[in-house]
Design a protein around this ligand. Structure first.
Ligand code: FDA
Length: 409
């Protein structure tokens, strides 16, 4: 005989960064909250994030650092709960952290500290967490939503007036990413902005890749451009193409068929440096002089590619200038990216047109909320995506509490 559904004020699907935080925020304001995840452990992406140290936010978070079809959408949630709020929470838990670079804040110890923070906040607020639990069906009822769930073969159901979808995007399928949230949006007639892998290495083919093959493993400082977007950070040559922070950042802006531009001397002054080297010793090889500023293998590669395998002496100013210009605007056309297997995030998702920016609630389905990566809001590399998870979770959790207590959210 089927058992009666369990009853909560709010069910949250997905116990990642956004889901765990939303459960703790709602429960702390008196909401009976249940968070459900099909994985064995909560917050698996937090665990592997930031090389195991979780880049949990960024000192410079601002709406301009997020991509979305509606670039204003993230403003409201980011203003209600910002990086200072999350940093204060991290400090209340006594978690040591440091700024690595460009405002990126990492745990000194391990990302486990952030998962523990979220679990402690949930437990203290009385939120319930059920792992290894998959949602089979979601039904709209008069009172809200009824979900058929399955936990290790046992079927059970739960009812709640509020349902939060925090199931993340499609990146890293082997860690539980399922694209499930997009299916829920479709079930309720909400539009989806086409998804694509983002913060992902770019791949090359044919002669470009062949020419680059000798550079695999070389890291350099540079700037990468795709359209109007430009990021100056580290670049890494791989055996399939290009990676490193500068490339991951522009991968969110690049589209198939487009050319990217690499600037290997973004700090300027390279012409003057080479001129001085020429004046000091004309017998010096171009590659050797260049190796003062670039990794040796890269210096050799770009000199040979430009037909300047010989000495500096005899090179006209015009030839040197043309060479430097080439280094500052190295045009390459990627054939693709490493895809969801290697992407840190998913671009696109549930259209912000369908959601309230203040509460994350679906405008046409009262009680249904979407938070975190499943929404069409994608941050830059550097802690921005976790801040979006915290901010959007806070917006929904607070709105659900206000609604549950009879006040308007
Ligand atoms: P998240 O993916 O974290 O959680 C979704 C949860 O839903 C998962 O636990 C999943 O198991 C569960 N789920 C999915 N389908 C389900 C279903 N059908 N039923 C039940 N549960 C389901 N960002 C950043 O700001 N700083 C960083 O340092 C990094 N580093 C980083 C490294 C790597 C390798 C990756 C892949 C990503 C990052 N990121 C990052 C991005 C960051 O991890 C990401 O933006 C957030 O985890 C998104 O949080 P969400 O809670 O929205 O999804």
């Amino acid at each position: 005989m089927p058992t009666a559904p369990e009853s909560y004020d709010c069910v949250i699907l997905g116990a990642g960064a956004a889901g765990l935080f939303c459960a703790s925020i709602a429960a702390a304001q008196g909401v009976r909250a249940l968070a459900v995840d099909h994985a064995r452990a909560p917050g698996e992406k937090i665990r592997i994030s930031g090389g195991g140290r979780c880049n949990f936010t960024n000192l410079h978070v601002r709406p301009a650092c997020f991509l979305s079809e509606n670039r204003h959408f993230a403003k409201s949630a980011l203003a209600r709960y910002d990086q200072a709020d999350f940093i204060a929470l991290v400090e209340r838990h006594g978690i040591p952290y440091h700024e690595k670079t460009l405002g990126q804040l990492f745990c000194d110890g391990s990302s486990r500290d952030i998962i523990d923070l979220l679990l402690k906040e949930m437990a203290a607020a009385g939120a319930v967490l059920k792992l290894q639990t998959a949602a089979r069906t979601i039904e709209r009822t008069e009172a809200g939503f009824r979900l058929a769930l399955e936990t290790e073969g046992r079927r059970w159901s739960v009812e709640a007036p509020a349902l939060v979808i925090a199931t993340g995007g499609k990146s890293i399928p082997k860690m539980g990413a399922s694209g499930f949230g997009y299916g829920v949006a479709a079930q309720f007639g909400l539009p989806i902005v086409e998804t694509r892998p983002a913060l992902v290495p770019l791949t090359f083919g044919g002669e470009t890749l062949e020419a680059m093959a000798s550079l695999a493993g070389v890291a350099a400082h540079g700037a990468a451009r795709a359209g109007a977007a430009m990021f100056e950070e580290a670049l890494l040559f791989t055996h399939r193409g290009l990676s490193g922070p500068a490339i991951l950042q522009i991968s969110s802006y690049w589209r198939e068929g487009e050319t990217i531009s690499i600037d290997l001397a973004p700090q300027g002054g390279l012409f003057e440096t080479l001129k001085a080297a020429q004046a000091a010793n004309g017998r010096r090889a171009v590659a050797t002089a260049l190796a003062e500023d670039l990794p040796k293998r890269l210096a050799q590669h770009v000199a040979e590619r430009a037909g300047l395998g010989g000495a500096l002496g005899g090179l006209s100013d015009k030839a040197l200038r043309r060479f430097v210009e080439g280094l500052r605007d190295w045009r390459l056309t990627p054939t693709g990216s490493e895809g969801y297997r290697k992407a840190e995030v998913t671009l696109g998702g549930v259209s912000t047109d369908a959601l309230s920016s203040a509460t994350m609630e679906a405008k046409s389905v009262p009680g249904l909320y979407f938070i975190g990566e499943v929404v069409d809001v994608t941050g830059w590399l550097g802690g921005y995506n976790f801040q979006w998870a915290w901010s959007s979770a806070y917006a929904a959790g607070t709105a659900i509490a206000a609604r549950a207590s009879g006040a308007e959210g």
